[in-house]
Ligand binder design. Structure first.
Ligand code: GLU
Length: 454
């Protein structure tokens, strides 16, 4: 079977690390199978959907390394949904309802009080033609519900247990009882579509072979399979993954901006750190930074995805970024160094990379080479520094210079260990910590070192 998957965000906010999980579960699955990945904007909610967010999502996906084979917008496809809705209406499977939200809420509360599940009782199916005409005359527009196939022929008011099954590619065999669910509203009273019908129509029309998404959609899948069948459409395979939550079990809200991809990008974190954390958390694979998406695709195994929440620590984006940066070759950062005006070449990168939490940190270490540096010399070290200055070797300098120099200073002053190295480091760099001076000294050069010690 040829594989086609989709990532279907609603452009009502910026995407965050929790959204990267379904995006990559789909993308990596397709990549491994030689399939196609569709980016579909679920923007039927025209009030809340914004072009600016759609553009932001495309940009964020690009930064993560996700390149869609096809991009679609539901707002350009209403005619298809109208055709499907008409087909369901003709079959008597989509029926008008006039209850107000308050009325529905009252009924749900009453059902709960009586210990019954708050499932819609299909009261609208009892309306007479006259009652419907009265509503219409009063200017009330209906919302439309899909009649779930959960009843014996002829008796829609007596739902009975009706199991829908599927072999979930992540969770194994799944069952949803359609009698436990309310007939879903597919069209609002203002004529706009809720997510369900457009999603099904598009999945069918775009030849989506696998729908991979969060486990919060499991009940939806039961309903959607029934609607696929009602439309005589081929039912895709489904897979439901656990959701990313913070350590306290809190979900990630798109609107809160928490851990949005753009803020992680602005902080200088590596895209592969974000991708690795988003994918490997809550699986049997250790959470470690994959070098690229091909490597991450090899680490993702649906059978190893846990059934409990995928709890993650946001600080790990930083830890994984640091690990990736420490292992980067000069070739991988050369472009960034050039853009930042850093001319230290490979020697400089090798000298500082272990001290960089993000690639952007190179600039801070480069100022140690170029200066200006505010030398930090304590009163009691003045004389020691003057002695050390007198022993500064002549150029050319290389990575052996620091060892030769400090050996000579040790012999002359009798200082050793921290008492020897720390005052020199603080005088030359103005800081107590930083890259190895053995590597930095040749980059700084004799002239600047001399000036900082004077
Ligand atoms: N737009 C839906 C969402 O963001 C898509 C869900 C699905 O993958 O079917 O929840």
């Amino acid at each position: 079977m040829s594989v086609t998957v989709r990532f279907a965000p609603s452009p009502t906010g910026h995407i965050h690390i929790g959204n990267v999980r379904p995006a990559l579960f789909n993308y990596l699955f397709a990549k491994k199978q030689g399939g196609n990945f569709v980016l579909r904007y679920d923007d039927t909610d025209v009030q809340r959907s914004k072009e600016e967010y759609a553009e932001g999502i495309a940009e964020d996906l690009k930064w993560l390394g996700i390149n869609p084979d096809r991009v679609e917008k539901q707002s350009a496809r209403f005619a298809l949904y109208d055709t499907a809705a008409a087909k369901l209406k003709d079959a008597g499977l989509l029926y008008p309802c006039y209850e107000t939200p308050e009325e529905l809420e009252r009924r749900r509360n009453r059902a709960r009080a009586l210990g019954r599940p708050p499932v819609y009782d299909r009261a609208a199916l009892k309306l007479t033609d006259e009652q419907i005409a009265e509503y219409a005359a009063a200017g009330r527009n209906p919302h439309w519900r899909f009649k779930l196939p959960n009843h014996a022929a002829g008796d829609v008011f007596a739902p009975e247990r009706t199991e829908v099954h599927w072999d979930d590619v992540i969770r194994g065999r799944q069952t949803v009882d359609l009698a436990s669910l309310s007939d879903p509203v597919l069209i609002r009273a203002d004529g706009t579509y809720l997510y369900t019908l457009p999603s099904i129509v598009d999945d069918a029309d775009m030849g989506i072979s696998h729908v991979i998404r969060g486990e919060d959609h499991i009940a939806n899948t039961g309903v959607q399979i029934a609607i696929f069948n009602a439309l005589d459409a081929k039912v895709p395979e489904f897979g439901h993954h656990n959701l990313l939550t913070t350590a306290s079990g809190e979900g990630l809200s798109k609107r809160s901006g928490a851990l949005s991809i753009r803020s992680l990008r602005a902080e200088g974190f590596e895209p592969m750190a974000v991708c690795s954390l988003a994918v490997l958390t809550g699986t049997s694979h250790a959470v470690e930074p994959a070098k690229n998406l091909d490597a991450l695709a090899e680490m993702l195994d649906f059978s190893g995805v846990s059934k409990s929440a995928a709890k993650f620590d946001p600080d790990d984006v930083g830890h994984l970024t640091a690990k990736l940066v420490h292992a980067m070759s000069y070739a991988e950062v050369a472009e960034h160094l050039k853009e930042a005006g850093i001319t230290g070449g490979e020697e400089f990168w090798q000298a500082v990379r272990e001290n960089c939490s993000t690639v952007g940190d190179v600039s801070k270490w480069w100022t140690l080479v170029t200066g200006p540096v505010a030398s930090d010399v304590a009163e009691e070290d003045q004389e020691f520094i003057t002695q050390a200055l007198a022993l500064l070797p002549s150029e050319p300098w290389d990575t052996a210079t620091w060892g030769e120099w400090t050996k000579a200073v040790k012999g002359e002053t009798g200082r050793k260990g921290k008492g020897l190295f720390m005052p020199l480091r603080k005088a030359i760099t103005g800081q107590a910590h930083g890259p190895d001076l053995k590597d930095m000294l040749p980059l700084i050069g004799r002239e600047k070192t001399l000036a900082r010690l004077s």
